[in-house]
Design a protein around this ligand. Sequence first.
Ligand code: UDP
Ligand code: MG
Length: 336
Amino acid sequence: MTNPSSPKPDQGVAVLSVVVPAYNESEGIRTFHEMLLIPALDEMREELSRLGQVPYEVVYVNDGSSDSTLAELHALADQKENIRVVNLSRNFGKEIATTAGIEAATGQAVVMMDADGQHPPAYLPEFIRLWQGGAQVVVGVRSNDAGGFFKTQGSRYFYRILNSISDSQTVPRSTDYRLLDRGVVDEFLRLGERKRITRGLIDWLGFRREYIEFEAPERLAGEATYDMRKLVGLALNSFTTMSIKPLFIFGYLGVMITLVAFITGISIIVQQFMMGDPLGWDITGSAMVGILVAFLVGILLIAQGILAVYMSHIYVQAQGRPLYVVDRSSSRNLAR
Ligand code: UDP
Ligand code: MG
């Protein structure tokens, strides 16, 4: 049975590209490359050779490391021409480094993974199997917790909030360990957002997806650069790039405050001043000032909410995402 979406051999230079962003990974990068990545790729060599001339390439992106990562990568690349190094001029952060690597990749399928061994290359054959079975995006999902009470709980709430406010759905614990078909890569590269969360953009793109559960081991060496502070920043970026709803929260709050203050105020006026306080509320002057202030604050928040609506239009326009994404592999007789 031939799958209509299976890649044709001429759609890329390499069959599989592995994109690996690396920031200060000098201690573990050689072990990662020689002990984990290359053995896994060589195991698939024959299978990949059937799909094209160059079975695989590895694209390392040195994200402005301040240690000897670049020298280590040069040493690896000097041995083989299918090991490539993109050297960024300074540290741009993982999301952008990954994008740079995807752009440099030539493969019919592109897999991105971390350089620290936490995305085990041993799962690569499974990614390829699902891709060959017709999946256009294969997402690695961590089966174990991120480690630590706060990280674990934080990640639970993160996905809950993200999925309740954004248009696309993100599977909890899904990671950046992902395979993208060339068709998805081409669409991904058209997205020009500066503030970007790679995972979020891929989820927004859609396409046929499959999931692989994997157990993330400890880092090979060194420390994770994403500490609590950075993770909170990442979460905020995810919420605000994937959804405009946070802008409206205070507008809704304003509507509620105004309504409550208005009803309370009217009741007091009617009951106490027009009917002579038959219920004996005996509301004091300062309490009434309080209600008036609440009413005015509510109005201000509503005004902010209205501004937020306009801002959200500008924001969406400025993000400049395509209106829709066509899956060319399964469309028929398109003019171009
Ligand atoms: N990384 C990067 N640029 C950065 C920070 C990290 O390219 O500014 C890379 C890092 O080398 C690793 C991956 O992104 O390959 C994940 O980083 P890390 O292990 O620190 O994060 P975590 O495991 O917490 O996701
Ligand atoms: Mg890591």
